[in-house]
Structure formats: structure tokens, C-alpha cells
Design a protein around this ligand. Structure first.
Ligand SMILES: [Zn+2]
Ligand SMILES: [Zn+2]
Length: 342
């Protein structure tokens, strides 16, 4: 008798989430099967739900913030064994031999770029299969439900910060205190940056300070660029918001050689070229990271005590959980509890 599992799939672009019974998949060569324990819901899941990703094959199971346990190992897989705790994030794989891969720019693979929950089924299911190359080892101290968002929101902010050029003691501002930003403030503080949080209104100040910010700028009450300049100017601003105007407004608060690191998908962004030239400032985007970046995000989070704040829903309420995430009101990430026994 074939073993079946519950999965939540999107039947077609723009279609509703469906809870279905499916056969538990067998891992092909180079892949493993994972018993999923938790899967975060990310705004990028809307690419699957709404069909904004070219060439996507339906039905598709979304989910790229996965924590679980290796349950079966396909042929030709070194290192990974059944029973190991693993995470899977956005970057599902790359060819390893195209020019971009040979330069180490795996995110830009031009031959076989694989995205979890888009090119193959993701973590809104009791089991999933993933390429062994996509696996990150999960430290024992991290609980699955707590840490699933570290596999996308976490690695994106952590990796953007550690590749920003800022050094310990530099002033780093985090623009936006939401799903990405509440992690960004913690990572920045634990990395030893003078961490400034920027958000609209007063209500997020106590939380931002609790997470490690030493200054808070209310961008409704004051000009955030002026306020940053008064603090000496930022070496880096990590822009986590989805509002391009809010990014434009902080540019003048970058110090000499300062960098605006953009990780919030905000569409076209207006930048004053005089500000770039005068201060040798720059604007840069950052892709989340590969499996080793995720693994280092998890390890850093375990040792430094960085935690995602999550609202948890059971798998069968994936539709409600997704709506909650899309409403922008969740504090701060939404996570599906998938297994029954934890
Ligand atoms: Zn994501
Ligand atoms: Zn490649």
C-alpha cells in the first residue's frame, strides 16, 4: 500500500489553497526526503499563489522556510542521513558548472537554478523532497516552530548585514520593524553594530529597544535622514520595507561611503544622484543566500539568542495563515505547524 500524506497545494495561478492527500514522494539520486515539522509563510509565496513567477507548473505546494528531519535518503547522497534535523530555504540548487556558478555566484546560475516551493514542491506538506545541496543543518537548541523563518527572513537579513561592509562598532540602521526588520535589529545588535531602528510611529520603539536597538527614529515625527545624520550618519541602512518612498527618505542619512542594502521588494526606487556622488554612497540589493548561509544563520541565531517572533497556525489552516501574512498585521512572521508530535 502506498503511503500518503497531507499537503496544501495551489491548483492554478490565482486558485485557492487545497488540502489534498498525496503519495509520499520518493527521493531521486542526489535528493533526500524530509518529514516537515514547521514551514514559515513568506510574502514570496504569493508568487506561487498568484502566478507571478514565469513558467511555474501547477499544482504546486509552496513553502521555502522549512525545518524538519531527514526521513529517507536517495542514491548518491553523501553526508546526510535519516534522523538529521535540516532546514530548506529559498535557494534549492544550482548547476555548479556555468560561468556564474564557477565564480561562486550561485544565485545567478544560468543553467539549473532551483527555487524551493516554486520549481519543486515545498514545505506546506507533511513530507517534501529536496536536493541534498539545499540542506542546512539545524542546531539542537533551535525549536522547529521558532526557527523556520530563519530559513528565508533570517538568512536574508543576516547575510545582507554580514556582506554590507559594516564593521563592529559602525552605525547600522534597520529601516522597518516587521518580519525582516525585527530579525535585522537582533542580528545587527548581536554582530556588534551600533544599531538604529527606523519605523513609522512610536509604538514599535519599546520592542526595537528590547531587540537591541540603541536608538529609535520615528520617521513620522522627524526626517529620518536628518535624524541619522545627527547620530553621525549610518555606514549601512538595511531597507526591509516594501515602500520605496521610505527608502528614498533615508538615503541622505548615510555617511560617507554608506550603503543602502535593499532587501524589501518595493518596486522602482527614486535616488538623488547628487547624494550618491557627493558622499560616494551606494544602493545595493541582496539575494538571500545558499544552504551554507542558512546554516550559518541558524548557528549564529542559536549561539547569540536571535529569535523570530511568530504566529503559529496548523497546516490545515494554511489559507488563514497566508491571509494573515498578506494582511501585514502579523507580529511578525507566520509559521505552519506541520507535524503532529511536537
Ligand atoms: Zn521567502
Ligand atoms: Zn550554474
Amino acid at each position: 500500500m502506498t503511503k500518503t500524506m497531507r499537503a496544501v497545494q495551489v491548483p492554478r495561478a490565482g486558485g485557492p489553497f487545497e488540502i489534498v492527500e498525496r503519495e509520499v514522494p520518493e527521493p531521486p539520486a542526489g535528493w533526500v526526503r524530509i518529514k516537515v515539522e514547521a514551514c514559515g509563510i513568506c510574502h514570496s509565496d504569493s508568487l506561487v499563489k498568484e502566478g507571478h513567477w514565469p513558467g511555474i507548473q501547477y499544482p504546486r505546494v509552496p513553502g521555502h522556510e522549512v525545518i524538519g528531519v531527514v526521513d529517507a535518503v536517495g542514491p548518491d547522497v553523501a553526508r546526510w542521513k535519516s534522523g538529521q534535523r535540516v532546514g530548506v530555504g529559498w535557494h534549492g540548487g544550482n548547476c555548479g558548472y556555468c560561468d556564474n556558478c564557477r565564480r561562486g555566484d550561485f544565485f545567478a546560475c544560468s543553467v539549473a537554478l532551483l527555487t524551493t516551493g516554486i520549481d519543486f514542491d515545498g514545505g506546506y506538506a507533511e513530507y517534501m523532497i529536496a536536493p541534498a545541496k539545499a540542506l542546512a543543518s539545524v542546531p539542537n537548541e533551535l525549536a522547529a516552530l521558532d526557527s523556520a523563518p530563519l530559513m528565508c527572513a533570517g538568512v536574508t537579513t543576516f547575510n545582507a548585514l554580514r556582506n554590507s561592509g559594516a564593521r563592529g562598532g559602525d552605525t547600522v540602521a534597520v529601516l522597518g520593524i516587521g518580519g525582516l526588520g525585527h530579525l535585522g535589529v537582533q542580528f545587527a545588535a548581536k554582530m556588534g553594530f551600533k544599531t538604529v531602528a527606523i519605523a513609522r510611529g512610536k509604538d514599535k520603539e519599546p520592542l526595537a529597544r528590547k531587540l537591541g536597538a540603541i536608538d529609535y527614529i520615528d520617521s513620522q515625527a522627524q526626517d529620518p535622514a536628518e535624524a541619522l545624520t545627527k547620530l553621525g550618519g549610518a555606514k549601512v541602512v538595511i531597507a526591509t520595507v516594501t515602500n520605496a518612498g521610505a527608502m528614498t527618505a533615508v538615503l541622505g542619512g548615510l555617511g560617507p561611503n554608506g550603503v543602502l542594502m535593499v532587501i524589501g521588494a518595493a518596486g522602482p526606487l527614486s535616488v538623488d544622484s547628487i547624494l550618491l556622488i557627493g558622499g560616494q554612497r551606494s544602493v545595493k540589493g541582496w539575494y538571500s543566500g545558499t544552504s551554507i548561509d542558512s546554516q550559518e544563520t541558524l548557528a549564529f541565531s542559536a549561539s547569540a539568542g536571535v529569535q523570530s517572533m511568530n504566529e503559529v497556525f496548523p497546516l490545515e489552516r494554511a489559507a488563514d495563515a497566508y491571509e494573515r501574512m498578506m494582511s501585514g498585521k502579523a507580529r511578525f512572521r507566520v509559521v505552519l505547524r506541520v507535524g503532529r508530535d511536537h
